[in-house]
Every structure is written in structure tokens, then in C-alpha cells.
Design a protein around this ligand. Sequence first.
Ligand SMILES: Nc1ncnc2c1ncn2[C@@H]1O[C@H](COP(=O)(O)OP(=O)(O)O)[C@@H](O)[C@H]1O
Ligand SMILES: [Mg+2]
Length: 318
Amino acid sequence: MTTDTTTKDTAPGAPAPGTTILDARGVTMRFGGLTAVNGVDLTVNSGEIVGLIGPNGAGKTTFFNCLTGLYIPTEGEVRYKDRVLPAKSFKVTAAGIARTFQNIRLFANMTVLENVLVGRHTRTKEGFWSAVLRGPGFHRAEKASRERALELLEFVGLAAKADHLARNLPYGEQRKLEIARALASEPGLLLLDEPTAGMNPQETRATEELVFAIRDKGIAVLVIEHDMRFIFNLCDRVAVLVQGEKLVEGDSATVQGDERVVAAYLGEPLADDPGAAEAAEVEAAEAAQAQAAEATGAAETAEADTTTDTAAGKENDR
Ligand SMILES: Nc1ncnc2c1ncn2[C@@H]1O[C@H](COP(=O)(O)OP(=O)(O)O)[C@@H](O)[C@H]1O
Ligand SMILES: [Mg+2]
């Protein structure tokens, strides 16, 4: 794995950087009376890492499901490399879009290697009779698949655990295995749904480097994540989804500086800066304390009162 983003080990046949590969237009998804996603436009260009953020229930996962054939959008259209997406998820994978899931989906009782081999099935040409007769073509294809799977395990840092059962991996490594399995379908676009959920800061850093390395292989990435540091470090572009609608889209600085985004995450902005109000309160209390100390010489009593007042002030800000 490399963090050097200047040397591009681009896959053969990858589109030129900057070409739009994913083009979602006016995507709407309704469940009965609930509109989970409402008229969302989003593009991903080759060579890009795009972030999708928003509060819980904003419709991020539903939007991913519309991009992977799991849901057929109620309205709108999704194109991948100029073709309308097929309506079945395995066909979408074959077309070149792979994903991981917010709730990890692995074959718990299969080994790590077997899980990656499952991810290769859309790329193996050997058919049913070849598998039954187990001729030379089958064995060649099987060997090549194993080699590629091991290469991918090496890439995500799990080669040493190839023979372990998936269910025995710690949580962070299960997420890595999901990524390796998604990569096994040789995608042009990888969708990651909360890849660092449940990870410690070191694992999150490693995942950040892994995503850069994936991009450097010529695979575009669209990532949902709640960890803002991760998103703003990683993404060329970030779209913010709130109540099913795209609120803001831009580079990290633009999105971070947008008051609407802050408001969407924190609720309505307060009229005054709460930090300033608290500081003023502490200042006033300190002045009162100094005054009281001067007048009576009972500094300790005043100090105790001040602590109580400040704590009460904080309570109100929550
Ligand atoms: N299959 C479904 N049937 C009904 N409602 C759903 C379904 N999937 C998601 N929703 C609803 O759609 C909204 C968006 O959910 P989701 O896409 O999971 O949000 P996010 O991933 O941003 O947290 C929520 O109100 C959720 O309850
Ligand atoms: Mg979600």
C-alpha cells in the first residue's frame, strides 16, 4: 500500500481522469408516504474520491442502494459509463460498481480467502460445465482467481490471515475484508458505506491510506462517513444530504465553511456564540468573586459559588 498520491499505478483501460463515470440525475426513492431521497443529482469522475455526508436518516444508504441496483429509484436515472444501470445488483457489479455495507455482510463461516473468491465470481468466465468437468480451463481459472485474491488480501493487509474464518477477525479487519471482496470484482467505482464505523483512530488512519491507494489504482471512490476528519482529509468533493435532499456540494473547505451544513448537523444556529456567552459568565463570576473577597476576605466561599454558577451555565447551553 502506498500513500504517495503522485505516482499513479492506473489500471489498464481506466478512463482518463476527470471523465464522468457515475451520473445520477434526479434520483428519488419513496417508501410509501416517506420520501427517503428526493431529486438528488450526483456525479463521480474517474480519479475522484467523493464524500457523501449528512445526519442519520438523511437517505445516504438509500441513495447507495439506488446506485447499486438494490433499489430501483422511484424517479430519476443512474448512468455508469454512459449506460443506464441494470436493475439487478449482480449486473451492476458486473458493470463495474462494487460496494461495502454499513452493516458488514461477510460469509462468517468461510475463510478470509474464500470470502474474496466469492467476490470474484462476476469476473470468472468459466461456466457450469467447466466447473463440473474440472478440465484444464477450470483449474487455470481457479489458480488465477486464488492468486488475485491473495494479491488483494496483501493490498488490504490481511494476507497473513487468509486461512482464518471471517467471523474470528476483529471488527476493523472485517471491514478491510469487505473492501478486498468488493475489489475482487475489479470495479471502476467503489462505494463505501461508513468504512470506519467502529474503528479506533489508528485503524481509521490506515483506512484513509487504503482509500488513497485504491484511488491510485484508477478506481473512483464514493464514500459515506460520519468521521468528518476522515472525509475532509480524503475527499476531492463532498456532497451533503439532509432529509433526502442535496443541501450543499463542493470541496472540503467550501462544505466546512457553509453555515447551512453546521446548522443541519447541530440544529438551528444560536443567535449568540455560546462560547462567548459562557466566557462572559465566567468573567462576571470572577469579578463578583474578586469583589466579595475584597469586601469580606472570604475568598473560598465566593470561589465555591462561582463553580456552581459556571456549571449551571454550561447545562443551559446543551
Ligand atoms: N426499505 C425501507 N423501507 C422504508 N423506509 C426506509 C427503508 N430504507 C430506509 N428507509 C427510511 O429512509 C430514510 C433514510 O434512511 P437511510 O438511507 O438509511 O439514511 P442514512 O443512511 O442517511 O442514515 C429513513 O427515514 C429510513 O427509515
Ligand atoms: Mg446509512
